[in-house]
Ligand binder design. Structure first.
Ligand SMILES: [Fe+2]
Ligand SMILES: [Fe+2]
Length: 273
């Protein structure tokens, strides 16, 4: 009963966070520059390709291409700091998808195995809260963006509050599933906790991806951004002892398999009736 009341009161408190409306920041000048440079680069590549018409040139091109070391996709190429943050959001979004599906099943009166839910909440706590939020965003991203001022700075306090609220809800979820089975009296409060959590984090991560991270990136020089990418890799290694992202993807994939959610095709919208 105490747990149920805690869950309800936590959910009720979440509703107070539904103030989140801030306007999008215009694209900073440096980002526009990047895009323009990319266009210029494409033009240059086009001219070079046109010039390389002779047999000799084609042969030289093939040799130089063949001389490149073979790379496994996504393994050896450098992952930039912002790409790192955004692909971590990808793992967290897959956790949210598990929570959404679980809420539907709980409402359907199904008796659920708490193990996959527990593994998802533990992954979110360890990878999302303990690493992505507490070691990257709260230390390296938010202070810089707040200092920059403007619309992105204005949402930082809300984002911090949502981090704290998320940790409370994760603690509640873990407390319920630690009982070993989901009691009937816990089903509805748990479903509501999942819904509140998913609603909050969808808005949260979308705002970070589209407003906060671009401003953070624009506030750093190319060298600083590169250094931050390396710093993030060091933190990841220190925290997990290996590639935390790869491991997190494996863990959420196993949960999806256990719940019958691994086949992406099942999420394709049905054809028009
Ligand atoms: Fe965040
Ligand atoms: Fe985030």
């Amino acid at each position: 009963m105490a747990a149920q009341l805690t869950g309800i009161s936590l959910i009720f408190k979440t509703n107070t966070l539904r103030r989140d409306p801030r306007s999008f920041a215009p694209f900073p000048t440096e980002l526009r520059k990047e895009r323009i440079m990319g266009e210029h680069d494409n033009t240059r590549r086009g001219l070079l390709a046109t010039a390389a018409t002779g047999l000799l040139a084609a042969s030289a091109f093939r040799s130089s291409f063949a001389a490149q070391p073979s790379k496994k996709a996504g393994q050896e190429r450098e992952v930039g700091a912002v790409e790192d943050l955004m692909r971590e959001h990808g793992v967290l979004r897959r956790c949210l998808m598990v929570y959404s599906e679980t809420a539907i099943r709980l409402r359907g009166g199904n008796r659920l195995d708490p193990q996959p839910i527990q593994r998802t909440a533990e992954l979110f706590r360890r990878f999302g809260e303990g690493y992505h939020e507490m070691q990257l965003e709260e230390i390296h991203i938010f202070p810089t963006v707040k200092q920059a001022g403007g619309p992105a700075a204005a949402v930082i306090d809300v984002l911090n509050t949502q981090h704290e609220r998320g940790r409370e809800i994760t603690a509640y979820i873990l407390q319920v599933v630690a009982k070993g089975s989901i009691e009937t009296s816990d089903a509805e409060p748990l479903a509501q906790a999942f819904e509140s959590f998913v609603r909050m984090y969808r808005a949260h991560a979308a705002r970070e991806d589209t407003v906060v991270f671009p401003v953070w990136k624009a506030s750093l020089s190319e060298r600083q951004l590169h250094e931050m990418g390396e710093r993030f890799e060091d933190i990841e290694r220190q925290t997990f002892g290996h590639d935390g992202f790869e491991d997190a993807v494996k863990q959420i994939s196993h949960v999806e398999e256990a719940l019958g959610l691994a086949d992406l095709a099942q999420f394709t919208a049905p054809p028009k009736a």
